[in-house]
Ligand binder design. Sequence first.
Ligand code: ASP
Length: 343
Amino acid sequence: MTAIAPTPPVRRQLHTPQPPASPFPYNPGSLLSVQDLTIDDVSHLLFRATVLENLDPLIRDRILLKRRVALLFYESSTRTRTSFELAAKGLGADTTLVSSLSSSIEKGETLKDTGLTLRALGAEAIILRHNSSGAPWLLEEVTRLPILNAGDGMHEHPTQALLDLRTILAHLRYGVETLTAETLNGVTVTIVGDILHSRVARSNMMLLPRLGARVVLCGPPQLLPDSAVNAGAGISVERDFETALRQSQVVMMLRIQAERLAGMQLDLAQYKDAYQLTGQRLAAQAPNAVVMHPGPIIRGLELTAGVADGAQSAILEQVRHGVAIRMAVVERALTKTGKEGHA
Ligand code: ASP
């Protein structure tokens, strides 16, 4: 009798179809999350930011001459919107702004239909800010265009994390071009305040520890739940602001996001007492730290006017770095095909 040998398990495993890897991003030019970027990708973006910043504007504006970029904003914005627009225009692209307050969005048009309309109008990339977490993924799925996440709900703000990184490097590790998992070894970045609602905090928490930084989260339980202790490797929680400040080379202050508090009661006097960055606190605990804030700042709440305007403040530098970073990200959106070896 001829015995039929059973297929060895190892062979069967080889032939078992694997679940498909996440399809996102569909478009290689998209930037939906900092998680989608390798450390090499980040290095390359920082490198391009510097190259583009230093290029003669008359040469730079041929890079994306007449390419079409749409900005689709469902939430208000000053820095992100303006810097994305200046970045795209600085590369020669034509830009158009669609804002939820002055478009058919007000009449009830869905994100999907607005996205398809922009594509039909010739948009080659869409920069999206949306109040719902995950909206950029949906827009990418329906349009298949390069989508740049300019902040989605309480989820992510990848270009803010990149410009924050550029600011930190400019202050602490001047001249670093090739990033590694050790570049920020020995650097403690404390993020203070409304971490629960902050997409800026989330994107920075995803990026900075991958480069060796230690991230300390500091705030009251309402704005920084105990569960944050499990936020990931390299991230810890310190409730006492003075203790956190003493360890910090970088202090990132956050605005209390009143628009997302959803009925949460917060005693502002108590908050300021415990967490406001004052000149006195800074001088006593972190006289050499770099003070950052993604903006908009609320003077007299999360920090005093003296600190915002003081010598340690890098807040306006962050804004300047935003234009260079967004030039690199917009360039990548419109030139990356997925076939090249690098970002
Ligand atoms: N501008 C930042 C953001 O869009 C921070 C803030 O709004 O407080 O998330």
